[in-house]
Design a protein around this ligand. Structure first.
Ligand SMILES: [Mg+2]
Length: 304
């Protein structure tokens, strides 16, 4: 952790749950600001704009942040399309966060012969719009989704369909496979890291979800800190081949580490012991993305 010179931070399950800040979350962010530690919030929720997210965190009690502190899956999708296919056009199914990100990247809307059908989070998708997207894909448009999440939490016990589910609908109807941006796609992590102006091995991802936050960070070569305030329990770790660099109870404990008052060595030791025992278990797997999309692990929350 001493090598860490920048942080990528997931939001839901790390900073807040529903509309409540998690313990010491505000102090944690304010400490980063006071110490000039570069950080960016990375979220798979492609519905809000960065400005929307600033307002949300302000309401929750986190101040001193601006739009430049956010990198969403919508922005990641816009960056990817603009870089890989200049002059492309898109038929968009999503909210303002996605439409504005594409507009900012110079990607025009096209409902006649688009290069891409882009599926995002949020918004009411009518049967007519789904039929239109289906028709355009059949005519040759490629299917892209901002993130692979099949569902997203809205309350403690309630979820809503996510972009992954919508993409699955169109995959089934057209026979075309979607390409997913957002976490855990390494492109999401690399682009967010560039905003920090730090090297990959100097950056740590802080997240609560193994399939997105931890997997993506580990695969791209970053440190990955799992916090247990969200969707993952410590006993779940033996189900995964990839493992976080460290496990902490929450950002309150991470704050202590950053202030040099932490005791994470015991936690790290425990993690090491835990991994050793996990290796003796049968069924440890490295699920591919497709498996995760089709059979999401039941859990109370998923990265937004
Ligand atoms: Mg999360």
């Amino acid at each position: 952790m001493q090598q860490t010179k920048g942080l990528l931070i997931d939001m839901d399950g790390v900073i807040y749950r529903e509309n409540h800040l998690l313990p010491k979350a505000a102090e944690f962010i304010h400490h980063l600001i006071e110490t000039s530690t570069p950080f960016v919030f990375v979220t798979n929720n492609s519905a809000p704009t960065p400005e929307d997210l600033v307002v949300k965190l302000n309401h929750l009690g986190i101040n001193g942040i601006s739009a430049r502190h956010f990198y969403t899956a919508a922005m990641n999708t816009a960056d990817f399309l603009a870089q890989n296919h200049p002059c492309c056009t898109a038929f968009v199914m999503g909210d303002a966060g996605l439409t504005l990100a594409l507009q900012k990247a110079g990607i025009p809307n096209d409902s006649i012969r688009p290069t891409y059908v882009v599926v995002g989070e949020g918004g009411m998708q009518s049967t007519e719009k789904l039929s239109k997207a289906h028709e355009l894909i059949e005519k040759g448009a490629r299917l892209v989704a901002t993130n692979p999440d099949n569902w997203c939490p809205v309350k403690q016990e309630a979820t809503r369909p996510g972009a992954g589910a919508l993409a699955s609908f169109l995959e089934a109807s057209t026979g075309q496979r979607a390409y997913f941006l957002g976490k855990p796609n390494p492109y999401m992590f690399q682009r967010a890291r560039r905003l920090l102006q730090r090297h990959t091995d100097e950056v740590m991802m802080v997240g609560d979800t193994m399939e997105t936050d931890i997997r993506g960070a580990i695969e791209v070569g970053m440190q990955a800190c799992l916090v247990l305030t969200g969707s993952t329990r410590l006993e779940d770790l033996s189900n995964y081949v990839y493992q976080p660099t460290c496990v902490l109870e929450g950002v309150d404990e991470l704050l202590e580490e950053l202030r040099g008052q932490g005791t994470s060595s015991s936690r790290l030791q425990f993690l090491s012991h835990h991994n050793a025992s996990a290796q003796t278990r049968h069924g440890a797997k490295h699920p591919n993305q497709r498996t995760e999309i089709a059979y999401p692990r039941p859990r109370p929350a998923m990265t937004k």
